[in-house]
Design a protein around this ligand. Sequence first.
Ligand code: HEM
Length: 324
Amino acid sequence: MALSEEIIERVEKLQEKYDVTGQDLSAYLDGLLYADYISYWNYIHLDTLLSLQNPRTSFPDEEIFIMYHQITELYFKLSLHEIKQIGEHESLNSEFFLRRIMRINRYFEALTKSFEVMYKGMDRDQFLKFRMSLIPASGFQSAQYRKIEICATPFINLVHADQREQFVNDQENLPEMFNYLYWKRGATEEETGKKTLTLRQFEAKYTDELLKLAGNYKDTNIWMRYKSLTEEEQADSKVIKALRQLDSYVNVEWPLMHLKSAITYLKRRPVDAKATGGTNWQQYLPPQFQRRIFFPELWSQEEKDNWGKNFVESILNSNGEDNE
Ligand code: HEM
């Protein structure tokens, strides 16, 4: 059977492509001839993916806990994937920027809405038992969560609010600021004031990598990229709305759903259960105490003063009835 025009044209294009690098097209065609068809399960590495759930106890609900963390980490990875494209774009415009921000918002919306898989979806008795086998591991040690923060905002905005002032004129000093990040304060043992093992382990593994990332994103984090748009583009209400939404999802709405899970499982009378990471979670986790804001210039003073206060009282006063 004679080859169609279309096929000949394609072969010629292939020839051109391989000529450029001095490669032999016929060898590549042999490769095509012998290669197996790709399958769904190979393409997404399904067997590997489904082999990654390895509970440490025999409580069935531990698998839910593991898998939901894995799902979350994949959404974090998607978010970082978008952030990287914003950071590296060579001729950024507001259309590209907005589309990527909206993607991240969709990921965090999915995470926020699905968090009931955690706070409603596990048997509390099982949770309180299997969590004891996980000490001192904690979601606190999620490096991707920290990376999203670092790539979203100037580093100084992640310094604990009490310490921020001293760095206003010293924002290049990333290693020093790193010592005062808000989350370091959160991971100190209540009684002794010492760094928790959870934090020490995390620092040993990730400090260098996170500092390097902070350096790389100093001028290309989401905020700086927004500021690199034209004044007209920056003033676009759709862009501002999307950035405010992002700030709200990452720093209020997701944390509130997460806090709700902590309350559901750990807040019990007469005394609350200790966090696996050893933090004073009641003082640390509420967004109104953390006051983590990526884009402070986009919020009014009143909005900043009331950061995270919506819903928080009702969540803090609840006692896990969602899980009954
Ligand atoms: C029943 C479900 C959950 C409970 C009870 C819970 C509890 C806690 C507690 C008490 C902390 C404070 C640190 C510590 O001492 O351990 C924490 C931190 C954290 N957890 Fe969870 N968690 C749950 C689910 C998740 C999930 C599904 C993720 C997803 C990755 C996650 C990610 C995080 C992160 C990122 C932090 C640090 C938050 C921050 O620094 O503001 N947690 N969690």
